[in-house]
Each structure stands twice: as structure tokens, then as C-alpha cells.
Design a protein around this ligand. Structure first.
Ligand SMILES: Cc1cc2nc3c(=O)[nH]c(=O)nc-3n(C[C@H](O)[C@H](O)[C@H](O)COP(=O)(O)OP(=O)(O)OC[C@H]3O[C@@H](n4cnc5c(N)ncnc54)[C@H](O)[C@@H]3O)c2cc1C
Length: 347
């Protein structure tokens, strides 16, 4: 094989698009395939780039803080190269004293610190927030993008670097040197890459109150409210084992209640409910790297943190395909860690 590797990417979610961009920047000839049948997890997501509160509030993320930080730290560069707007205003936690004490203890346990802020500061940071609280905890370490705007921006940036797009499903490697599987939660290509059987689905409902909203992300017990141009996204349920995107109002109702509790003016406003499916691996980290199947690379399984981790996953994917060192996180994300096969290659 000589010349630029010819790469097919299956999936135009955030992992597929970020990988396409990284591969095109590394000199590969890239085509992204996606049947585009409907919204994917990337469009449904809230877009939080939130290593700190994810590590504190999600037990599955607790031991991966360094990796989440590494994903976050690649965002300013990606945003600059693509034009994606990165909101670095931060996030606050609000709740009763017992819950805030648990958040503080969680931060302490991870060697992190949040700033305790008073009501007036919290209300200035999150306009419209209920004033029924005395204080909040602020971190400036958690950021956010707006998926509705960021996904097309990533796609346009990839296209500008020569990536081609096809509205079609991938069924195999075809005539590409490398197939990158970035198909989200589905295991449809498990006959091509056996490691995909490690994925399990986690459905998530999210409520959107339309209209542009400014301010920081607000975390509270059992919910978050992430503002953006498209509205306030209040999420999200975790429904392991569910792979459908049917909206169930009764399941989403607690999110609706949390949104109104946090922002009382939303009580009479319009809202939309959506559901997406996250792909999760047994250890909660993505699989990024060679499959045991020859010429196949995986970029799947980012669970709750696909937006956060996309630039890191893309970096590992591009390093594998171009034969460079995948860096300190390559081994942590290697699909071979589950023993479903030894990593391969394409040359
Ligand atoms: C409610 C909710 C809120 C979330 N909030 C956040 C958040 O705030 N921050 C964060 O970091 N993450 C968040 N996530 C997680 C994040 O959305 C996912 O981890 C991420 O979007 C996964 O991206 P992906 O590219 O792997 O998959 P997807 O976005 O699902 O994209 C996969 C694509 O592959 C395509 N495809 C499937 N099969 C084929 C095939 N055979 N050939 C070609 N294409 C194919 C599909 O059509 C789809 O477009 C959230 C998820 C949910 C559900």
C-alpha cells in the first residue's frame, strides 16, 4: 500500500466527524457514510464538556477523571480549528445542604475544588434560576458546546478539509484500506468487528425548553440544565438496556419538574422531549483503536461523554491509522482490553 490511506468512516455522529477531521488533517482520504435515518445520540445530547461534575456525580466516571480532563483539554484546539463555539463559562451545583455537602466531598475526594458562591452570584451566573437557595458550588472547569450548531460545524470543517460524505449505510470494509466504525450504540456491524458485542445501550430522555438561553450549566440532584442557542436542555435519564428512542412522557416527567423547579418562569412555557441511545462498554470508557478484524478501527462506546471525549477518541483513531503512537490514553481505550481479540492493523 502506498500513498494516503483510504479510510471509510461508518457514522456521522460526533465520534465519526471528529475522527474524519483528524484523519483528513493527518493526510488520509476520508469518506463518511451515514444513512441519516434520524436524530442520533450526538444531536439529542446536551453538549456538556464536563469532566468535573461528571466525575463527581457519575460513579462510573469517578476513576476516569484524568481521561475526561484530557478530552476536555483538546476542545479549545478543536474549536479553534473548526469554528465550533466553546462556552467556557462553567457550571454550578445547586441543591439542599446534604446534597451540596456530598458534592463538596466528591470534589475533595478527587483533589478538586469548587468555589462556594452566594445566591446573588448564582443568580447572575444563571439568569432566571430560582432564588430558593442560599448558596451554590461553582466550577469553571466544565464547559459546553451546543450540539445543534456544533455537529454541522464539525461536518463543514471536515468537508472543507476534503472529507466526502455519502448518505448510505456501511456493511463492510469494501475497498477502503481502513474502516472506522463510529456507529454509536448499535452492534449492527458486530460481524465485521466482534468487539462491538461489548456495547450495551443506555437510553436517555432529555427535555428542551426552546428559545435562546444564556448562563452557566446548572447541576442539581438527578438532573442538569444546560443553556444554549437552541434552548435549555434538561437531562437526562439513564435507562440501561433500552435501545429505542420512543419518548415516554412519564419517564421524562421528573426532568420536566426539575427544569421548572430550577427555572420557575418555564412553568407555562413550551417544551419538547427527545430520547437518544448511548453506547456503553463494561468499564464506561470508549473503545478507540484497532479491532482484531484486519483493517478495522473502532470509535464507539463513549457512554455519557461522547462530546467531551470526541477529540481524544479522534486523536487515538488517527494515530492508529497513520501508525503513530496513540499516546498515554491509547492503551486505556484499546478495544483489546476486553479480551474479545488482539489489536490488528492494515498494512
Ligand atoms: C440524552 C443524552 C444527553 C447526553 N448529553 C451529553 C453531554 O452533555 N455531553 C457529552 O459529552 N455526551 C452526552 N451524551 C452522550 C453523547 O451523546 C454520546 O456519547 C455521543 O453522541 C455518541 O456519539 P457517536 O458518534 O458515538 O454516536 P451517534 O451520535 O449515535 O452517531 C452514530 C451514527 O452512526 C450511524 N450509523 C449506524 N449504523 C451505521 C452504518 N452501518 N453505516 C453508517 N452509519 C451508521 C447512525 O445513523 C448515527 O448517525 C448524551 C447522550 C444522551 C442520549
Amino acid at each position: 500500500m502506498s500513498g494516503a490511506p483510504k479510510v471509510t468512516i461508518a457514522g456521522a455522529g460526533v465520534l465519526g466527524l471528529a475522527s474524519a477531521l483528524a484523519l483528513a488533517e493527518a493526510g488520509c482520504a476520508v469518506t463518511v457514510f451515514d444513512p441519516g435515518a434520524g436524530p442520533n445520540a450526538s444531536t439529542v445530547a446536551a453538549g456538556m464538556i464536563a469532566p468535573v461534575f461528571e466525575a463527581v456525580l457519575d460513579p462510573a466516571a469517578r476513576s476516569h477523571l484524568d481521561l475526561l480532563m484530557a478530552g476536555r483539554d483538546r476542545w479549545p484546539g478543536l474549536a479553534q480549528r473548526t469554528g465550533v463555539v466553546l462556552d467556557r463559562s462553567g457550571a454550578i451545583a445547586v441543591g439542599d445542604d446534604a446534597w451540596l455537602a456530598r458534592v463538596t466531598a466528591g470534589l475533595d475526594a478527587l483533589g478538586l475544588r469548587g468555589a462556594e458562591i452566594g445566591r446573588a452570584t448564582a443568580l447572575a451566573l444563571a439568569p432566571g434560576l430560582s432564588d430558593r437557595m442560599d448558596h451554590a458550588i461553582l466550577t469553571r472547569e466544565d464547559w459546553r458546546v451546543d450540539p445543534e450548531a456544533a455537529l454541522p460545524t464539525l461536518r463543514a470543517a471536515a468537508a472543507a478539509r476534503g472529507v466526502a460524505f455519502r448518505i448510505e449505510a456501511v456493511t463492510g470494509r469494501g475497498d477502503a484500506d481502513v474502516l472506522v466504525i463510529a456507529t454509536g450504540a448499535t452492534t449492527g456491524l458486530a460481524d465485521v468487528a466482534p468487539e462491538l458485542v461489548e456495547l450495551s445501550p443506555i437510553k436517555g430522555h432529555i427535555v428542551r425548553f426552546p428559545g435562546p438561553v444564556a448562563g452557566v450549566t446548572v447541576r442539581t440532584e438527578g438532573a442538569y440544565a444546560a443553556p444554549g442557542q437552541g434552548g435549555l436542555a434538561v437531562g437526562a435519564t439513564m435507562e440501561p438496556g433500552r435501545a429505542d428512542t420512543l419518548v415516554d412522557f412519564t419517564v421524562a416527567a421528573p426532568l420536566l419538574a426539575a427544569g421548572v423547579r430550577l427555572f420557575p418562569a418555564l412553568r407555562d412555557g413550551r417544551f419538547e422531549i427527545a430520547a437518544g441511545v448511548r453506547g456503553a462498554t463494561p468499564d464506561g470508557l470508549p473503545m478507540a483503536g484497532w479491532s482484531k478484524a484486519s483493517g478495522v478501527v473502532l470509535a464507539v462506546g463513549a457512554r455519557r461523554n461522547g462530546w467531551l471525549l470526541a477529540p481524544l477518541v479522534a486523536e487515538v483513531v488517527a494515530a492508529c491509522v497513520t501508525g503513530r503512537d496513540a499516546g498515554p490514553y491509547g492503551a486505556r481505550l484499546d478495544p483489546a482490553r476486553f479480551g474479545t481479540g488482539r489489536s490488528g492493523g492494515w498494512r
